[in-house]
Write a protein that binds this ligand. Structure first.
Ligand SMILES: Nc1ncnc2c1ncn2[C@@H]1O[C@H](COP(=O)(O)OP(=O)(O)OP(=O)(O)O)[C@@H](O)[C@H]1O
Ligand SMILES: [Mg+2]
Length: 222
């Protein structure tokens, strides 16, 4: 079986007026279906750049990236948009919810982008249940929720299109230790149900929930 993600000699250089910044240098690795991986490394080492490339939010300067065996540089913009929307879920440190939409609407947002119209709420309710968010909160807006509850909503939104890859950039970075642990227990549960999960973290106690750690230093795998 093809690895779900494969990087072959991938480099990413940001050309800046003050000089080029090499964010990633000749990175090669594979992620198998169902893996639960931590990416660790110092600030500025290239972790977010790596995650953005895995999520097809950005393209490499050189090297090849394959998602389930298909080289992303060979895909059209429309194919990449479909891939990001249908197969990849993103979870960020600052939740990135829409403050004016209620919880159900936030979770349904990717579905609305897909259907382009009003969508059935059943799936959103089901996904919110799977991340253990109380039903009484569904009609609230994000700022009426705690940080941990907001991150559960963001996870539900990432899950609404049944992605097979979940990419998380410091998902517990804004949460206290206890809430962070409950989010990691949820991630473990999702991984057991079949999601491939990649999580960027500075925190060794968060990395300890995963099956293996990829370490990056100065844009290289250590
Ligand atoms: N859009 C960009 N334009 C120019 N340089 C960038 C850009 N994004 C990242 N960089 C640079 O690339 C390098 C890697 O950045 P990246 O954000 O991947 O690091 P990180 O490991 O996620 O750091 P942190 O732990 O602080 O989030 C840094 O030197 C950064 O300044
Ligand atoms: Mg980062």
């Amino acid at each position: 079986m093809e690895p779900v993600i494969r990087f072959a000699d991938v480099s990413k250089v940001y050309p800046l007026r003050a000089g080029d910044v090499t964010a990633l240098s000749h990175v090669s690795f594979e992620v198998e279906r169902g893996e639960f991986i931590a990416i660790m490394g110092p600030s500025g080492s290239g972790k977010s750049t790596l995650l953005n490339l895995m999520g097809c939010l950005d393209t490499p300067t050189s090297g090849d990236i394959f998602i389930s065996g298909i080289r992303i540089q060979d895909m059209t913009d429309d194919e990449l948009t479909d891939l990001r929307r249908d197969r990849i879920g993103f979870i960020f440190q600052y939740f990135n919810l829409f403050p004016l939409l209620n919880i159900i609407e936030n979770v349904n947002f990717p579905q609305m982008m897909k259907a382009g119209e009003v969508v059935d709420e059943t799936k959103a309710v089901e996904v919110l249940k799977s991340v253990h968010l109380e039903e009484s909160l569904h009609t609230h807006t994000p700022l009426e929720l705690s940080g941990g509850q907001q991150q559960r909503v963001a996870i539900a939104r990432a899950l609404i299109n049944d992605p097979d890859i979940l990419l998380c950039d410091e998902p517990t970075g804004n949460l206290d230790t206890k809430t962070g642990a409950s989010i990691m227990n949820l991630m473990t549960e999702l991984n057991k149900r079949g999601s491939t999960i990649i999580i960027v973290t500075h925190d060794p106690t968060i990395a300890a929930y995963t099956q293996r750690t990829i370490r990056i230093v100065d844009g290289r795998i250590a």
